[in-house]
Design a protein around this ligand. Structure first.
Ligand SMILES: [Zn+2]
Ligand SMILES: [Zn+2]
Length: 148
């Protein structure tokens, strides 16, 4: 990876992180953010799909090597037979840098995850948005932070 590409990825992750940590009304506060990195090739550019009917399952596909990855517990709910929707930016572009924000329970007794937010940053126009969010609400679920 060239230096400028690495820097661009750094900027994308910083912006995604900032965006996810911004307190929002009607949303659970995000405590932890993890950037998505392809486990196969280290790529950070993805095409992203969600289930059309059900919330709570996000599949990312590495633009460089085509490897699929699932965010948090998405693999459990993904169904190839169901209709999927490919995420597209308002500008029409379909390749993104991605990060997951995790809202944790604040009782201090566990590191269980309450809610997951998946934010994508368009690689063409840099617009960031939350494309999917869902409740986890079971434990132990702290390990989901490593599944992005
Ligand atoms: Zn890859
Ligand atoms: Zn865009």
């Amino acid at each position: 990876m060239t230096g400028s590409a690495a820097m661009a990825h750094e900027t994308a992750y910083e912006e995604l992180s900032e965006f996810l940590l911004l307190p929002e009304e009607d949303a659970h506060p995000v405590h932890e953010v993890r950037g998505c990195v392809c486990r196969q090739c280290g790529g950070r550019s993805f095409k992203v799909a969600v289930m059309a009917e059900d919330e709570g399952s996000v599949r990312r596909t590495c633009v460089s090597c085509g490897t699929h990855g699932f965010i948090a517990d998405s693999a459990e709910f993904w169904d190839d037979d169901e209709e999927i929707e490919v995420c597209a930016c308002t500008c029409g572009h379909e390749e993104f840098a991605a990060a997951a924000g995790f809202s944790l329970y604040e009782d201090g007794e566990s590191d269980d995850v309450r809610w997951v937010y998946v934010a994508l940053r368009c690689e063409s126009c840099q617009e960031i948005g939350v494309y999917e969010d869902w409740k986890i609400g079971y434990g132990p679920s702290g390990l989901l932070l490593d599944q992005v």
